[in-house]
Design a protein around this ligand. Structure first.
Ligand code: LLP
Length: 414
């Protein structure tokens, strides 16, 4: 959170006071630091600079085209999981030739779109998908570039909802099936074998599962070589965790060094798909206290953002620091559950936090730049909130707050 700091007791993003952004655009709103995005992306890029590599930022973490544009300008590639994400990348100025397409349920129109735009590679997740891609490529008489996303059957030791590398998860193809599928693809006149991929989960805080997974992939690369199938890249996925509370994830350079020590073949280009580690610390969610309420011996701090705006606490028991926008010693520090207006008991942003707050105060939910706005919804007919980007001493609205009318303008009466 280097790019969010207090100056004379007022929280700033880079050189802009958060209260000034709120005066212009109201709450709740997401605020992103341009400098933080640049720094985090470069940390990955620099850490791999001794080797041929490509960072393919995982668009799902934060897909605002303002954010994607910052990354595209630095030469980032992108990991997408839908036609919608591909259109966003193109709109943001990203190059399809640096796009990898992951996901277990790619549909024919998405495959067609990706072939038309000329993406770098499909990360194929099943035999049926391989056949559909081949069929479409044959129909259009083009070559479809493919990698198999292999399920290495390793435990990411993360939250069960965001662990993807175990056999019981829906992702990737079984290692035992990989050779056969590669042999099939290698013989096909409309499939071009490019590489091998994996992604074992998100918010990993230790290196061991990454190393384990990459070793299993490298074993397969060796088997492919013995079978005269040569690939040009190894895609290690995303997943590097961030510090939300007390976690101590490896640094980006520790992560890079651990992978580089394993992947020694200089012929293999290394692809990475980081999402969270680039975007999380680059964003905060600013909210206003509506009411303070005492119920029995429980205190609630009711704020104007809710689970529909930021679902991580409710869905993954995500812990996010909550800090005041203006430091004040006026109110007595008390323990609160910070909750939103949505009618569900699962609607909380934090539990048992000591805060010195009064109604009308502004609070910032930290490390909200990844999997924040992107997972928001209109539940309880709440318009999706504004997104602002700060660059040095300027800021720009990069997504307007939705209007109430927009919520039902596509609906109709019978
Ligand atoms: N590549 C693939 C194929 C993925 O499925 C994901 C994330 C990534 C890359 C990026 O992983 P990262 O570097 O961000 O860990 N909404 C959840 C996280 C879901 C992650 C889904 N896949 C959360 O808020 O924790």
């Amino acid at each position: 959170m280097n790019d969010f700091r207090y100056i004379k007791g007022e929280l700033h993003c880079e050189n802009v006071a958060i209260k000034d952004i709120v005066s212009a655009h109201n709450t709740p709103c997401y605020i992103y630091s341009h400098a933080a995005l640049v720094r985090q992306w470069h940390a990955f890029d620099d850490a791999f600079d001794t080797r041929s590599h490509q960072i393919c930022y995982a668009v799902k973490a934060n897909s605002n085209i303002g954010v994607l544009n910052v990354l595209a300008q630095m030469g980032s590639g992108f990991d997408i999981v839908s036609g919608g994400e591909l259109e966003r990348v193109v709109k943001a100025g990203g190059s399809p030739s640096k796009v990898v397409f992951s996901g277990v349920g790619k549909q024919a129109d998405e495959i067609k779109l990706a072939l038309k735009k000329g993406i770098y590679c499909f990360n194929v997740e099943s035999e049926a998908e391989l056949h559909l891609i081949e069929e479409i490529a044959t129909h259009f008489n083009v070559q479809a570039p493919i990698a198999l996303r292999v399920n290495p059957d390793v435990d990411a030791q993360s939250h069960p909802y965001i662990s993807t590398g175990l056999k019981e998860n829906k992702f990737g193809v079984d290692s035992e099936d990989a050779l056969r599928l590669y042999q099939y693809a290698d013989k096909s006149s409309h499939l071009t074998v490019k590489g091998i991929a994996c992604h074992i989960g998100s918010q990993l805080t230790t290196l061991a599962p990454f190393i384990d997974a990459v070793q299993r992939l490298l074993f397969l690369v060796k088997t492919l070589k013995e079978n005269h199938i040569l690939i040009s890249h190894i895609d290690v996925g995303g997943g590097l965790g961030v510090r939300y509370q007390h976690e101590t994830p490896p640094t980006i350079s520790e992560y890079a060094n651990a992978l580089l020590a394993q992947i020694q073949d200089p012929q293999l280009t290394i692809l990475l798909q980081p999402g969270r580690a680039i975007a999380a610390s680059a964003g905060i969610l600013v909210t206003k206290v509506i009411y303070l309420k005492l119920s029995g011996n429980k205190r609630f701090c009711i704020v104007d953002c809710a689970m529909n705006d930021f679902i991580r606490p409710a869905l993954y028991q995500g812990w996010h620091d909550i800090i005041p926008v203006k430091k004040s010693l006026q109110m007595q520090p008390l323990m609160y559950d910070v909750v939103g207006p949505v009618c569900e008991s699962g609607d909380f942003l934090a539990k048992d936090r000591t805060l010195s707050v009064a109604s009308g105060d502004l609070l910032a939910i930290c490390n909200a730049g990844a999997y924040g706005f992107v997972t928001s919804s209109n539940y309880n007919s709440r318009p999706r909130i504004a997104e602002v980007m700060v660059k040095n001493n300027e800021y720009k609205l990069i997504r307007k707050r939705e209007s109430i009318e927009a919520l039902f303008q596509e609906e109709s009466i019978w």
